[in-house]
Every structure is written in structure tokens, then in C-alpha cells.
Design a protein around this ligand. Structure first.
Ligand SMILES: O=C(O)CCC(=O)C(=O)O
Ligand SMILES: [Fe+2]
Length: 278
């Protein structure tokens, strides 16, 4: 096991306390705020199979993400509950709102993280909410979130281990090319100087990822989690800079809206920012 410094854990914190972390750009884990979510009782592997099992989903091997398989959610959950592979298939970034919109009724986006993104008109609003379902050993490679947005992620089932590196460590983490859980220090020697923060997110815990932080996630058990990315006064500067001129890395990792749409999104955010000074 590792002995990384731990991400702060807050139990039912005040909005002001969470805002301190958001404005300082520091990851934080929030406990005790999802007890009232129907998802905590409805999103069990068996219920998901029963209610949504007929839906077709696309899953990918975690390490390559190029090896894709399409199957029913029911078959995938059966696989994931028993998977014993070193590089298992993962249902990540499932845009569930199209296939199963009633899942939206099962959770409440935490009030700590208001988003201007939800106010964009339908025709230019990117989908920035996803479900992740995967077996022990699945996970997401090191990355920075889409267009420098921030995110919250709530686990409703199982445990996830997170590692975070602050934006200034970009060169030490080789812009996300390193596997932070099993680093190859011969290929990536500077990674030895990188300083990670770690947390283990259990059922009901919410993890906040600040804008621009590198992070990597490994599911310690079968897990179900939901995530939403957001823009507001805390990160608008970084997001609009990225919207204007997304890096090659950002374009490679994410299917970004086309340029015309990006500029409409910037205009909306700038209008929003002028109404709500930081
Ligand atoms: O849960 C995961 O595997 C990854 C979560 C994450 O980092 C993301 O959604 O951007
Ligand atoms: Fe992420």
C-alpha cells in the first residue's frame, strides 16, 4: 500500500468551507451528503440489471480504451461482478441521460457546486454528466477533465481510489502519460519527484476535482458512480482560456464541440461571468 498524504475529508461541511477548497483549487472528499438520494438504495447491481439491463452499452479495456465491446448492461454487470482480469472492460463516461433519463431523478447535484453549464441553451450544451460502472481493477488513466472544468463524483456502490497531482506538476507526470499506480520510473524518471494526494471514496462519498488537476482513479471493488463537470466563477478563467485555444492534448483526449459552438459557449460564459463577479 501507499503512504501518500490524504485528501481532506469533511463530514456534512458548510457551503462556506467547501467554497474555501473550490476557490483554493484543492481536492476534497465530502461525507454524509447523499443519504437522501434514491440512488443509494436503487443503484444496486441487481436493480440496475433488473430495471436497465436491456440497454446496450459500450465498454472498453481500461489500458488501451481502443478494445471496445458492446453488450447489454445486464450482461456487463454480470461480467463486472466476477471479472478477474488485469485489464478489465469498464463502462466509463456512459451518457445515461439519453438511454435512461429516469436515473436523473435518483440523485441531487450537490449545492456546493453550482454550474453555469446547466444554463446553456440545449443546442450548445455539452453533455457533462456520466455514470461509471466497473469491476475491481478497472479505472481511468491519468487525465485533466474536459476543457479544464471542475467536477464532483459520487460513488453510490463500492470503493474507488483516487490520486491527484496539482497543475504545476504537469511535467513531473508527463502530461498524464504515466500510470500513477504503477509508474515506470525508467521511462518516466521525473515522476519520482511528483507529489500525489490520495483518497479512498466509499459509498456515498463525493470527491471534488479542481480545475486543471491531474488525477487517476482505480476501482477497488465493483463500483457505480455518477459524475458531473461544472463551470462557475471558480474556474471560468481556466475554462475560457481552454475554450479559446484547446491544447492538442485536450483535443486528442476529448471529442470537443466544433469551433463555432465553442465560441458560442465562451460568449455565454462571459455574459454569465459579468453578471456574477468572483
Ligand atoms: O471514475 C472514474 O473512473 C473516473 C472519474 C473521472 O475522473 C472523470 O469522470 O473525469
Ligand atoms: Fe476526471
Amino acid at each position: 500500500m501507499t503512504d501518500y498524504p490524504q485528501v481532506s475529508r469533511l463530514y456534512k461541511p458548510s457551503a462556506a468551507l467547501v467554497q474555501d477548497y473550490v476557490l483554493a483549487g484543492k481536492p476534497v472528499l465530502i461525507e454524509g451528503c447523499t443519504e437522501s438520494w434514491p440512488a443509494r438504495s436503487i443503484w444496486t447491481p441487481q436493480q440496475m440489471q433488473r430495471c436497465y439491463g436491456h440497454l446496450e452499452v459500450k465498454v472498453r479495456r481500461c489500458s488501451t480504451s481502443s478494445e471496445v465491446s458492446q453488450l447489454s448492461l445486464s450482461d456487463y454487470i454480470s461480467y463486472a461482478l466476477n471479472a478477474n482480469e488485469s485489464d478489465p472492460y469498464y463502462l466509463s463516461n456512459w451518457k445515461f441521460e439519453f438511454d435512461a433519463p429516469d436515473l436523473l431523478q435518483h440523485y441531487h447535484p450537490p449545492e456546493y457546486f453550482p454550474s453555469w453549464h446547466s444554463q446553456l441553451p440545449d443546442n450548445i450544451r455539452p453533455v457533462w454528466r456520466w455514470l461509471f460502472i466497473g469491476p475491481a481493477g478497472s479505472g481511468t488513466r491519468m487525465h485533466v477533465d474536459v476543457l479544464m472544468t471542475s467536477a464532483w463524483n459520487a460513488a453510490t456502490w463500492g470503493r474507488k481510489r483516487w490520486l491527484f497531482w496539482e497543475p504545476s506538476q504537469e511535467s513531473l507526470v508527463y502530461s498524464g502519460k504515466v500510470d500513477g499506480f504503477h509508474p515506470d520510473l525508467v521511462k518516466f524518471p521525473k515522476f519520482a519527484q511528483a507529489c500525489a494526494l490520495e483518497c479512498v471514496q466509499g459509498p456515498g462519498d463525493i470527491v471534488f476535482t479542481p480545475t486543471g488537476w491531474w488525477h487517476q482513479v482505480r476501482n477497488e471493488t465493483f463500483t457505480i458512480s455518477v459524475t458531473e463537470n461544472f463551470v462557475n466563477e471558480s474556474n471560468i478563467h481556466a475554462v475560457s482560456k481552454c475554450l479559446e485555444n484547446p491544447s492538442e492534448d485536450m483535443k486528442r483526449r476529448y471529442k470537443l464541440p466544433d469551433t463555432a459552438m465553442l465560441s458560442q459557449i465562451i460568449d455565454r460564459f462571459i455574459a454569465q461571468a459579468s453578471q456574477k463577479p468572483a
